[in-house]
Design a protein around this ligand. Structure first.
Ligand code: 5GP
Ligand code: SF4
Ligand code: MG
Length: 463
């Protein structure tokens, strides 16, 4: 998911609209905006893409100076608006809205415990816990010296955060303030920006660019930031056992022009392609990226190997949600709708084709046969990340183990399945060498080393 927040600007809802539009790649299922005019909080939620789902009337119906917004990731069987965010709830502190990116690993047990105490839930998403827990207890670690301005509310926020386990980058909207927080592991990104007198929060820096705002700093793992008319105050109520920033944000999820986790996504992603080339001994005539996600690593690979990069696959950008029945035959049509081979750069060539990741193997299989039909003499599939061998418990929608091809087949059998002349992945060590301090990253879906164990399989609800 993608989250955005802005404090202290006229027509905050318009900024929220453009800010969340810039994060559309982080979720296509639904979009929502909540706005405070200092007296009340109003909310709209729509399913679909930001530009299509939110109307001019929607924007005009929301008027205020503080706003938060959310785009939700699409997951099978969970369509529609049931779990669209922001969530809005009447609490002992008045109306509060919330946006959350991440996934909690103790959702089921904590929800059951609260239900026993008489709390009722409107949604089936872990994110609701952050609101349900407000007013149910206080927590202030001894080490913290609290600003008198925060003495009433913050102990309740700290309590809510102390009860949940897992990944969260979130923003609470109160009538007169924003409170942003990132879990102590720092799984998901969250940044702060400035635009004149306004303070902004966003999942990625590309949301600041579209508004002409300046990146200011990242919200740190374990940090709680309060922004109100008295200023900005920061707290670290929880010790970080370790950091575990999501390396998959660099592999695939974030936009290439974004800055997150102290690095430029473009640079890290390109070095994954370079490292893949360093580990590779294949001879080829042309490097072809699978657009769009393979383009940046393919540039790195091509430059490292001094093999020319050509657009041998062209992507149709107008492929939306498919109306097609999900039979295998018709799923093939969907890939054919999405990509077409570009014969002049392929005919008679030894082709290295680069994608960012291989999950189920369906994309690679179609692409290999498409390249062969267009005349490629040899097709060498290269993946700029290691085999995906485990699901994500921390907010990325990877399929279950049963659907992950690398859990079922060895590398030679995967090569046969996709029909390539050769197949090679970036090594785990190679991937780790592309980030500044790999001990501070989560790479569980590639390594099976999970920073926080899942407390209940049914916690695999995606946000
Ligand atoms: P496969 O076809 O092997 O299941 O998936 C690999 C392709 O899916 C790659 O092109 C990769 O860019 C893309 N991909 C990787 N992770 C995700 C994800 O979380 N969501 C979506 N929609 N695509 C992904
Ligand atoms: Fe990211 Fe993979 Fe860790 Fe999930 S398991 S947080 S996708 S690195
Ligand atoms: Mg892709």
């Amino acid at each position: 998911c993608g989250i955005f927040g802005i404090f202290n600007v006229e027509h905050a809802q318009k900024y929220a609209f453009y800010g969340i539009y810039a994060l559309q790649h982080r979720g296509q299922e639904s979009v929502g905006i909540a706005v405070s005019d200092l007296a009340d909080i109003k909310l709209i939620k729509r399913s679909g893409l930001v530009l299509e789902a939110i109307s001019k009337e929607d924007i005009e119906s929301l008027e205020g100076s503080i706003a938060i917004a959310h785009v939700r990731y699409s997951t099978a069987g969970d369509l529609g608006l049931t779990n669209a965010q922001p969530f809005l709830k009447e609490t002992p502190f008045g109306k509060v809205a919330l946006v959350h990116n991440g996934n909690l690993v103790n959702y089921t047990s904590l929800k059951a415990e609260l239900e026993k105490e008489g709390v009722s839930f409107e949604h089936t998403s872990d994110s609701e816990l952050f609101l349900a827990l407000l007013g149910r207890g206080t927590y202030v670690p001894e080490s913290i010296s609290m600003n008198p301005l925060d003495e009433e509310l913050l102990p309740h926020i700290f309590y809510a955060l102390s009860r949940v386990k897992g990944a969260y980058s979130l923003i609470y909207l109160f009538k007169d303030k924003l409170i942003a927080a990132r879990d102590p592991y720092g799984f998901r990104p969250l940044l702060m920006g400035r635009l004149k007198d306004a303070v902004l929060f966003a999942s990625e820096s590309c949301a600041f660019d579209i508004l002409g705002a300046q990146f200011f700093r990242e919200v740190k793992p374990g940090e709680v930031v309060v922004v109100d008319f008295h200023g900005i105050r920061s707290y670290f109520p929880f010790k970080s056992p370790r950091k575990a920033m999501c390396i998959f944000e660099f592999v695939y999820f974030s936009k290439p022009e974004s800055y997150i986790f102290g690095d430029w996504v473009y640079n890290v992603r390109k070095s994954m392609g370079r490292q893949l080339a360093i580990e590779d001994d294949v001879d080829a005539d042309v490097v072809v990226p699978v657009p769009d996600s393979g383009i940046v690593p393919a540039i790195g690979y091509s430059q490292e190997k001094s093999i020319p990069l050509e657009l041998g696959l062209i992507r149709n950008h107008y492929v939306g949600r498919s109306f097609i029945e999900p039979t295998q035959e018709l799923r093939d049509v969907k890939v054919l709708m999405k990509f077409n081979a570009n014969r002049p750069v392929l005919e008679g060539k030894r082709v290295v084709v680069i994608d960012d990741s291989l999950v189920r193997g369906t994309t690679s299989k179609k692409i290999v046969s498409m390249l062969r039909k267009a005349g490629a003499k040899e097709v060498h599939m290269r993946i700029a990340s290691p085999p995906v061998i485990g699901p994500c418990y921390y907010g990325i929608d990877t399929p279950t183990r049963e659907e992950l091809i690398a859990c079922k087949l060895n590398q030679e059998d995967i090569r046969k399945f996709i029909g390539a002349d050769s197949l090679r992945y970036l090594s785990l060590e190679g991937l780790r060498s592309c980030v500044k301090n790999y001990q501070e990253f989560c790479d569980a879906c590639f390594s099976n080393v999970y920073p926080i164990p899942l407390e209940d399989e049914s916690c695999l609800s995606k946000t």
